[in-house]
Each structure stands twice: as structure tokens, then as C-alpha cells.
Design a protein around this ligand. Structure first.
Ligand code: DC
Length: 229
């Protein structure tokens, strides 16, 4: 393999397996992996903890006024083999994955001031390349010059089943209908918001993995990476 380092941008709808493939690729290439959804989730958790947002109301201005009090960091956990999300010094990796956060995160991520802060931090992390970043606007806004852009899709039903299994496996009490509804609602909000809606970049390669095994997916994507190196 050459010493050349590239930026790999992975975008797509929620629960399309972006993070699984991104983690696998980063490990294989010895690259940094950044889960930008975790950053939007951590800002949402902050807004929930400070009562700026709940299921019925959202004081956007309060969040905007306090945005500089939110400090986000990723710290590598060698036991897990990936970096965990810290909000103002506290490990929030588990809290940010709950259905409560999933229900509110699209509203928080539609705020331009939130996007501006997080996009800036993401661009800083990718300055030296050698990075795999997943999210919704990586190939379009964060790194429009990324050498490899992937756009992941899968049917809503397949995605809801995957997310349901993940949450049940970690012991959460959820029902499938609630998850499916959340997946569909987020698809809608994420792709219709005014600021940086989820869309496929013109030069992104689309991957429908509804019926593709992990190994096949990994092999196809590593071959695309090797072409770029
Ligand atoms: O990838 P995820 O499901 O953990 O992302 C959570 C939410 O964050 C998603 O519904 C939309 C938002 N998000 C975003 O707007 N831009 C990103 N780059 C990543 C996530």
C-alpha cells in the first residue's frame, strides 16, 4: 500500500450500516474514524440535560446562546477498539444512543449554528487526511474534495430491523414500530431541512446494502479505496 493518505466520506440515511463499514475500513487502513452523528447526538443530549428541548418544545435560542459551553471530544477506548464520545469531559457513549436522543436529534441538527460549529470541528480533524468520516453531509459540505465518497442506502424496513436488534441486544426496551417510525421521521427531517440536507454528492458512489453481506460490502469498498491510493 502507498503512503498516500486520503479522506473517505460516508453518507447516507440512518441505520444503513455506515458506522460498521467506516470502523472496519479505518481499522484496515490504520486511519482515524469519526462518527459525526455522535457529535449531533451529544449536542442533543446537552440540550435535553439543560431542558432546552423535550418532546413538546424546543427553545432554539437558548441552545444557540450556550453553544460555546459545549465541548466535544473523542477518546479512543482500546477495549472497544473505537473512539467514544465525551461531552464536557464526561463519557456519554451510551446515553447518546437511546431512543429519546434519536427522537430529538434531527431537530437539533437542523439548527445552522449547531452545524457551523460541528462542521468546523470535523474539518479540523481531517486536516491531515487519513480519516474515515460518516454522517449526512460529509461528501457535500464537510469534505467536498474527499477522494472517495460513498452514499449508503437500504430499505427503511431493513434499517429499522437492524436498529431494533442493536437496541434489544444492549438491553433497551423498545418496540419495532417505534423504531420504524423514528427511522422514517428522521429520513424525512434530515433530507428536507434547509441547511445541508442529506443528499448524495454528484461524485459519490451509491451502495444499496439491503441484501449485501458485510464481507462482500467490505471487499467492494476496499477495492474502491485501493483504486484511489
Ligand atoms: O448517524 P446517526 O443516526 O447517529 O445521526 C444522528 C442524527 O444526526 C441524524 O438523524 C442526523 C444528524 N446528523 C447530521 O445532521 N449530520 C451529520 N453529519 C451526522 C448526523
Amino acid at each position: 500500500m502507498s503512503n498516500k493518505k486520503i479522506i473517505i466520506a460516508i453518507d447516507g440515511f440512518s441505520s444503513t450500516g455506515k458506522s460498521t463499514i467506516a470502523k472496519q475500513l479505518a481499522k484496515h487502513l490504520n486511519y482515524i474514524y469519526v462518527d459525526t452523528g455522535a457529535m449531533y447526538r451529544a449536542v442533543t443530549l446537552y440540550a435535553m440535560q439543560h431542558n432546552y428541548i423535550n418532546n413538546n418544545s424546543f427553545d432554539k435560542q437558548k441552545l444557540i446562546d450556550n453553544i460555546n459551553s459545549i465541548q466535544l471530544n473523542f477518546k479512543f477506548n482500546p477495549e472497544q477498539g473505537f473512539a467514544e464520545m465525551y461531552l464536557n469531559g464526561e463519557n456519554v457513549e451510551k446515553e447518546i444512543r437511546t431512543i429519546e436522543v434519536s427522537k430529538l436529534v434531527s431537530k437539533v441538527s437542523a439548527i445552522s449554528e449547531v452545524r457551523k460549529k460541528l462542521v468546523f470541528e470535523q474539518q479540523e480533524m481531517g486536516k491531515d487526511k487519513g480519516i474515515v468520516m460518516d454522517g449526512r453531509d460529509i461528501g457535500t459540505v464537510v469534505f467536498p474534495e474527499a477522494e472517495l465518497k460513498l452514499f449508503m442506502t437500504a430499505s427503511a424496513d431493513k434499517r429499522a430491523k437492524r436498529r431494533y436488534k442493536e437496541l434489544i441486544d444492549r438491553g433497551d426496551k423498545v418496540n419495532y414500530e417505534e423504531i420504524l417510525q423514528n427511522v422514517q421521521e428522521r429520513d424525512h427531517i434530515d433530507s428536507t431541512r434547509k441547511d445541508s440536507p442529506l443528499t448524495k454528492a454528484n461524485d459519490a458512489i451509491e451502495f444499496d446494502n439491503s441484501d449485501m453481506g458485510l464481507q462482500e460490502q467490505f471487499e467492494r469498498i476496499t477495492s474502491l479505496v485501493n483504486d484511489r491510493l
